[in-house]
Design a protein around this ligand. Sequence first.
Ligand code: BDR
Ligand code: CA
Length: 309
Amino acid sequence: MKRPVIIDCDPGTDDTIALVMALAAEELDVKAITTVAGNQTGDKTAINGRKIVSYLKKNVPVAHGADKPIMRPLVTAPHVHGESGMGPVELPDPVTPTLDIKAWDLFYELTVDKSEKVHLITLGPLTNVAIALMKYPALKDGIEGITMMGGSACYGNDTPAAEYNIYADPEAARIVFDSGIPITMVGLDCTHKALLMKDEIDSMASVPGTGAKLAQDMMNHIYEFATRFGFSGAVMHDPSAVTAVIKPELFVTAPYHVVVETKGKYTTGKTVVDLMGVTKKDPNVNVVLDIDREGFVQLVKKLLKSYES
Ligand code: BDR
Ligand code: CA
């Protein structure tokens, strides 16, 4: 049976690859895509989400969410994702419309009082989810769990301590981490090992179809960027989170108690993972620590091939 999911994202170059994968996966029933301000402004991530769905000819609703974090100014990442948020890729204007409902209201509509719970995959700042949880306390009963790209048990990438998605809206992240919803945190501990090497990216060029072309253009862009920072391949942050839902057996995870720092002078946005159990608090997060990289690459190839016809 397909697993019902909603994908909340800020496309975003690696978000785009993650969407290409999720929309092809026979294991997933993507009920909706919601967008949030993050890598780029809210209007840009919203139109990018609609363009991707439209270009891939998928019939999935797209709803616009928050245009800024709940308490802070927006910090975008044009140096990583470009001015449009789509790196070098220019997609045609979308035929997919924006739903006349905000992301948080759509979460409610698709999850509360439904016969089956929905899994939430988050690939950007957690603003939409936090707003939804504040507005609808019953929401957590309709969400089976959250698999997020975000955080880290080690270092940061936006600051020395914090990963971007958590740093961009730490107050929202704290609400989500403290919500009691089962969380799988696919952070930098995992995603910095989810690399696509140059020959692997090149080998995908022979795969026909819209999905492979779009994903490969993004992979090349990310490869150029990542190798400038010392990585040996293109870092697949958001695709790792989607993969963790499709094929959890590819990951090494462990339960830990995690809190989000919101006020640190140097550590705002850090996910403080109690690796040594010093707080004696019950684990609230399944922390992903490692990935079977070869298995990941095989899955990426398989999903891209499904756009052939
Ligand atoms: C995360 O930040 C964004 O720039 C990427 O899309 C990813 O979600 C990595 O830190
Ligand atoms: Ca993202």
